[in-house]
Design a protein around this ligand. Sequence first.
Ligand SMILES: Cc1cc2nc3c(=O)[nH]c(=O)nc-3n(C[C@H](O)[C@H](O)[C@H](O)COP(=O)(O)O)c2cc1C
Length: 328
Amino acid sequence: MSVAPMVDVTDRHFRYFNRLLTKNSYLYTEMISTGAIIHGDRHRILDFSPQEKPLVLQIGAAKPEEMVEAVKIAEDWDYDEINLNVGCPSNKVQEGDLGACLMAKPELVRDILTEARGITSKPVTVKHRIGIDDLDKYEDMENFCSIVEASGVTRYIVHARIAILKGLSPKDNRNIPPLRYEDVYRLKEEYPHFQIEINGGFKDRESILAQKEILDGVMLGRAAYERPYLLNEVENVLYPEDTASITRQEILEHLIGYIQENFDEDNKAWPLYRNIYDLFAFHKGAKVWKRILNEGLKEDKPGDALKKALDQLPLESLLSSSLLPLSS
Ligand SMILES: Cc1cc2nc3c(=O)[nH]c(=O)nc-3n(C[C@H](O)[C@H](O)[C@H](O)COP(=O)(O)O)c2cc1C
């Protein structure tokens, strides 16, 4: 299992929170362009805490030489893997010739990945779509992979939807094109030597675990923030020997210390607090939890909002009510 790269979501605070829930999953950075790595504030963009590992740096690249420079720089940070984004359809990303539009240029993707592999001994992987625009058939994806394979990359994370580059927003491109898991399964059948991780639409324990029989992994995107505790529920099944189980109470107690160490006022700790709003998602107490957390956020001292929320009621009372159906 892994948690998907998500811009404006998978920052270091989110990843720290994820790591409490899942010890073994690979976590990803947001997509970072080669330009940002080369010209930006590197410490702000690339720093992470050791607890976040194993951690994958996702890069958006349009040219092999820029990828080389970015990967060289990132070597000093010791990420566990480097991943190339060939799935993002946003206009801004397209303007930079990055992301999903690269599905139409498999030779360029091959060259970017080949060069990256020459710079680092870390695994280099690719996250792509099953197609774009009129390159939307299984055979088009198969052609893409057969060319990219010459780079030596063997791990493919496949978002099982095409992207429509003109006319759909990134949000619509995550919802409107139908999921075609069967294309991903067929790719694994025809390329059994590939390690294939499937992505798109996984929201419950059963459907995630079912992929174990067919593929090499599952990547969760929105479910990781819409129902974060799912990560721990899956982790417990995948690694029962690891005593990975952690209660919501323990998570929150742990985060008080994290907030005190990393923020000097509670109201500045919003980047962390926003991640715990949905810790009770799909339980009847979810609304109560959000309300008491909001009330607590009027406090100033770091961690006090959480302390106050925890003092206010036994958390089991939020859980004891039966689960609502996932569709609600
Ligand atoms: C807010 C948001 C930001 C995203 N940013 C990225 C990104 O930086 N890189 C990327 O490869 N995919 C990005 N994605 C796509 C996800 O990684 C994932 O492929 C997609 O959400 C489908 O998985 P899901 O149905 O489990 O959410 C983003 C998705 C969301 C919701």
